[in-house]
Write a protein that binds this ligand. Structure first.
Ligand code: SAH
Length: 213
């Protein structure tokens, strides 16, 4: 598991690309510049790791496009010490970005194979999320709620009510909503009963799936 000068050089190019596409948050850019994305992917895709593209990982899933990861993270406005819930651990790349920003990360993955693989991989490369859970993200993590921030990294046909309910007042949730194409939604909880909603551009995610049981 090497991170060579060549990898580092390509990574700085990726940071420039993402910046050009409109990402301005320096902390987010620094995280992209630091995390060895090639290690989160199958070695057969290693040569492409620093292209601004999504790639296949295990269990028919994908590692999100770096621009998308940066866009969602920027909208989330993560502060050091924030308690953040992520739905869709996948490769763990987004988890690592949140850890770099100093968040206490709780993440849920419904594919057992990915859950296991990513759990051991993240600890191997030194990332320590607070809690990785195997289960259905639609339900969130009621035992650990409320959260300052919630990020959903799979396309949700509709907004899961349980997740909105696990957001602190003042908290933010970023979620791509739609079936074939998704619109990025930002929810800000104004009071126990009131949410502000803003919509951003179109993205393509793998689907947020209902529990197998
Ligand atoms: N954050 C990941 C993106 C992975 S793609 C990364 O940076 O690599 C989305 C992930 O969401 C997939 O791993 C998929 O298995 C997972 N997923 C889909 N539906 C889910 C659900 N209901 N609960 C938890 N995870 C889910």
């Amino acid at each position: 598991m090497k991170d060579t000068y060549r990898h580092q050089g390509k990574r700085q190019q990726l940071v420039k690309t993402v910046k050009k596409k409109g990402i301005a948050d320096e902390k987010v850019l620094a995280a992209i510049g630091k995390i060895p994305r090639h290690l989160f992917m199958d070695s057969s895709f290693e040569d492409h790791a620093y292209q601004d593209k999504a790639f296949p990982i295990a269990a028919d899933q994908t590692i999100s496009q770096p621009y998308t990861v940066a866009f969602q993270t920027e909208l989330l406005e993560v502060k050091k010490g924030d308690k953040v819930l992520e739905i869709g651990t996948g490769s763990g790349y987004q988890t690592a970005v949140l850890c770099e920003l100093g968040a206490k990360v709780y993440s849920i993955e419904r594919q057992r194979e990915l859950y296991k693989k990513t759990k051991s991989f993240l600890s191997k490369i030194g990332y320590r999320p607070k809690y990785l859970s195997f289960g259905d993200g639609y339900k969130g993590l009621p035992d650990y709620a409320p959260f300052d921030k919630i990020i959903v990294t799979a396309g949700a046909p509709e907004v899961p009510k349980d997740l909105l309910g696990q957001l602190k007042v003042g908290g933010r949730m970023v979620i791509p909503v739609g079936t074939d194409v998704q619109t990025m939604n930002l929810f800000i909880r104004k009071s126990p009963k009131e949410f502000d909603k803003k919509e951003f551009g179109a993205f393509r995610f793998v689907p947020l799936l209902e529990d197998k049981n």
